[in-house]
Design a protein around this ligand. Structure first.
Ligand code: PLP
Length: 395
């Protein structure tokens, strides 16, 4: 008799976004035609930049020519893209071999797939508040999850300590949902901890392109000791608007070994078994992002989101509301004013200012009383939302 994976029964319903959608629908039912200011979305609003579009068009044409047509692509990524990404790291002083870069169809896919490297039942540490997929992917695997709550006193940044026992450690910087960024000193503590205990860090760098403070690390591999304990998972989704186009990459150093096994070699074996590579067309589009022109163009897009962040944080500053993020990250994490709980504040913003945000408590129990604004929206809408906030909460 077939036995399904019983861990699926242990998954909690994805209550957060479902519940937001239900409440929004109910509001629009009662207030037909009402205009809503959407600060909840984690999706981008800017279209792909010209460099990517031109390269995608060219790649489609390549597929029409006998001499330029590409069939199956190498499973771990096209050399032209792996080399372009390695060269991008070199500009930050990180030396990588192209074979240490794996092209993926996005960070979400990779964050789930990468668990194939670890024994089922491994203990994973998830600092919270956290991107919900970390927990769910590990529940499906049957792993043991240790939640590490963070809070305002430490600006929502996780700190290692000697009581922690973990095989795998998730670190997300800049963080979703808090926008908090690990400093080099703090990240070094985690690297030293992982090397000392034999844990592996899964470093989610999906939002690294938003870092503007030169003292903050974009990549964990900027720090000594990372190559023997870390895997970095990156995405072009938020960096270059590829949420619907789908492309990411993972850096897995050849120096990373555990239990006598080389994790880079294991991942090559995994990819050559479980994928047939990423589309030639997408990889060409992705490579254009790493050209000088592509980098210039995505910076202009990121600046639009940063301007949104400034408009919102200016409003929060004027209102005297505590927040983190918004500077080196596309999310603003605020303490709900007037002692509101997360969902109470959601209701109040929706009913009284027609703003939709994301209740913090959906990202972990330690986040009750906090709230997330996304800066990925349309600038005009974001500015109007800031006005609404000032109107509702101003004295
Ligand atoms: N990691 C974090 C922290 C995210 O917030 C997201 C998406 O919102 C992802 C990964 C997934 O990115 P991708 O679109 O590349 O799957």
């Amino acid at each position: 008799m077939l036995k399904p994976n019983e861990n699926y029964a242990k998954l909690k319903d994805s209550y957060l976004f479902y519940h937001i959608a239900q409440k929004t629908k109910a509001y629009l039912g009662e207030n037909p035609g009402a205009h809503l200011y959407r600060l909840g979305i984690g999706d981008v609003s800017q279209p792909l930049c010209k460099a990517a579009i031109d390269a995608l068009h060219q790649a489609v044409d390549d597929q029409a020519g006998e001499g330029s047509f590409h069939g199956y692509m190498p499973e771990c990524g096209a050399p032209f893209l792996r080399e372009a990404i390695a060269a991008h790291y070199a500009k930050r002083g990180v030396t990588l071999e192209a074979e240490e870069v794996f092209v993926s169809s996005g960070a979400s896919d990779e964050l789930g797939d990468i668990l194939d490297l670890f024994a089922r039942g491994s203990t994973v540490l998830i600092p919270e508040p956290a991107y919900p997929a970390y927990v769910d992917a590990n529940v499906i695997e049957g792993n043991r999850i240790v939640h590490l709550p963070t809070g305002k006193a430490q600006s929502f940044l996780p700190l290692p300590d000697n009581t922690i026992v973990a095989d795998v450690i998730y670190l997300c910087s800049p963080n979703n949902p808090t926008g908090a960024v690990l400093s080099k000193d703090l990240l070094q503590l985690w690297i030293d901890f992982a090397n000392r205990t034999g844990a592996v860090i899964l470093f989610d760098a999906a939002y690294e392109a938003f870092i503007e403070d030169g003292a903050l690390p974009h990549s964990i591999f900027e720090l000594p000791g990372a190559k023997t304990c870390a895997i970095e998972i990156c995405s072009l989704s938020k960096t270059a608007g590829f949420t619907g186009t789908r492309l990411g990459y993972t850096v897995l150093p050849k120096a990373l070994e555990r239990g006598g096994q080389n994790l880079n070699a294991m991942w090559v074996r995994n990819r050559t078994t479980k994928t047939n590579g990423i589309s030639y067309i997408l990889q060409k589009g992705g490579a254009a992002i790493f050209s000088d022109e592509g980098q210039k163009q995505i910076k202009a897009q990121i600046d639009v989101y940063k301007h949104n962040a400034k408009v919102l944080t200016d409003a929060l500053d004027a209102l005297g509301i505590w927040y983190t993020g918004g500077k080196n990250a596309p999310y603003i994490w605020l303490q709900c004013p007037n002692g509101f709980k997360s969902w109470e504040f959601f209701d109040s913003l929706l009913q009284n200012a027609q703003i939709i945000g994301t209740p913090g408590v959906g990202f972990g129990a330690c986040a009750e009383g906090y709230f997330r604004f996304s800066c990925f929206g349309n600038p005009k809408e974001t500015a109007a939302a800031a006005e609404q906030l000032l109107r509702l909460l101003g004295k």
